[in-house]
Design a protein around this ligand. Structure first.
Ligand SMILES: Cc1cc2nc3c(=O)[nH]c(=O)nc-3n(C[C@H](O)[C@H](O)[C@H](O)COP(=O)(O)OP(=O)(O)OC[C@H]3O[C@@H](n4cnc5c(N)ncnc54)[C@H](O)[C@@H]3O)c2cc1C
Length: 386
């Protein structure tokens, strides 16, 4: 039986080793300079200064055309860079969404003027974006969103509320999905439009929400009669659903979907030292084997993106397996830490605080970017099973 699932398992070409070493030298130099404290919380970390230094290496907008400030390198080169930065716990949050998602959306659907205005600033680490999809009553069922754009002279008036918007309180712009045409029960995905909204625009209120971890990472964003000029419409009015679907593969398949808790594992290995117990070594080996398998899937998707495909089915598989593995890493590390009594009197501050934050953050792994249940529905539909 033929299958609609396309996963080839590429290996990273050997010539990328040089680039990997380059990133490792950068990370080491950052540490020596005292600019890179070891992370004590799971998550990406947020530092506009670090993002500017990463940009100066040519590592933001790596695959974009040079005319838009990019560096015309391959998706696999970008993969190596992001993998190394994440594994080392470098705070990449200030440019993460712009580099991974907003930039590629503008590149694919934006006007020439939008590309020339925004992409070079993103690539220099000067401007950052957030994703405005979820709303108080619309998460999984995104087509039910109610934030509306009403036609006015020269543009649109936006009213409504976005929710859980990561980083909205500290980035410059949002690409929001809004309803610009009446909802049609027979075609609920029609009439949606993507617009670029500078978050300092009149009528925008951003309210941080404290998460269980104690962080203020995401927000409620309220739009009251916010004017968005036609020049800020991204792509074709009414085509927002298709555009958002195209960007989901970027959101769901990257190494951040299985490396969020990697530092925790690294700190555990360091704390166990060179002679871990057999039980701990076996559990760690099992997790690493699974991590390598997920990495292969994620790499395969990077190759497909490079080839211009939209592998949403494959990306859903990567996210579902990757985020469940991340949760398992947190559970397993906790079990080993308890069994080996590692926190009793050892000097392991990073392990202690990473574990504490990971335990409270872990439920979010399988919610953000689409819940596991929704992903498994996408997978079933993609395989023709529903
Ligand atoms: C840390 C974090 C960061 C986030 N950042 C952003 C962001 O930057 N921008 C943004 O737009 N959103 C963001 N989100 C929101 C996230 O995308 C939504 O929380 C997610 O899509 C789920 O939507 P919901 O919270 O409305 O839950 P609901 O859709 O209400 O779902 C509740 C539960 O019901 C289940 N469920 C719902 N429908 C079905 C169905 N048809 N079949 C089976 N089960 C179903 C879900 O799986 C879930 O378990 C973030 C969320 C988190 C946790």
């Amino acid at each position: 039986m033929s299958t609609p699932l396309h996963l080839e398992l590429p290996t990273l070409p050997g010539e990328l080793q040089g680039l990997r070493q380059e990133v490792r030298r950068f990370v080491a130099a950052e540490r020596v300079a005292g600019r890179l404290p070891y992370p004590v919380k799971v998550g990406l970390g947020f530092s506009p200064e670090a993002s500017k230094r990463i940009a100066a290496q040519g590592w933001i907008g790596m695959t974009w055309p040079k005319q838009y400030g990019g560096h015309e390198r391959s998706a696999l080169e970008r993969y190596v860079v992001t993998e190394e930065l994440l594994a080392a716990g470098v705070p990449v949050g200030a440019h993460w969404i712009s580099d991974r998602q907003s930039g590629p959306v503008l590149l694919k659907f934006g006007t020439e003027a939008q590309k020339l205005e925004w992409l070079p600033k993103i690539a220099r680490g000067e401007v950052s974006f957030c994703i405005g999809l979820s709303e108080p009553d619309s998460g999984s069922d995104l087509a039910s969103l109610r934030t509306s754009g009403t036609r006015t002279e020269g543009g649109w008036r936006i009213n409504g509320t976005k929710l859980w918007t990561t980083n909205a309180h500290r980035v410059h712009c949002m690409i929001a999905l809004i309803r610009t045409d009446k909802a049609d029960e027979k075609n609920r995905q029609a009439g949606l439009t993507q617009v670029l909204i500078p978050l300092d625009a009149k009528g925008v209120t951003v309210r941080p929400i404290k998460s269980m971890v104690g962080l203020e990472d995401f927000n409620e964003v309220v739009f009251e009669d916010v004017f968005v000029p036609d020049a800020h419409v991204v792509g074709t009015p009414g085509n927002g659903w298709n555009q958002v679907s195209a960007e989901l593969a970027y959101e769901r398949s990257g190494p951040e979907r299985w490396l969020s808790s990697f530092r925790l594992l690294a700190e555990l290995v360091a704390a166990l030292g060179e002679k871990p117990s057999d039980a701990a070594a076996m559990e760690i080996g099992r997790l690493l084997a699974q991590l390598m398998a997920v990495r292969q899937i994620s790499l395969s998707i990077a190759s497909m993106l490079e080839a211009g495909q939209t592998p949403n089915l494959e990306a859903s598989i990567a996210k579902d397996i990757g985020t469940r593995l991340e949760q398992e890493i947190v559970r397993t590390v906790r079990n080993i830490v308890q069994a080996e009594d590692l926190l009793a009197d050892a000097d392991v501050p990073a392990l202690r605080s990473l574990l504490a934050s990971a335990q409270r953050y872990a439920p979010a792994f399988t919610i953000r970017g689409g819940t596991g249940e929704i992903l498994r529905g996408v997978i079933a539909r993609g395989l023709g099973l529903r």
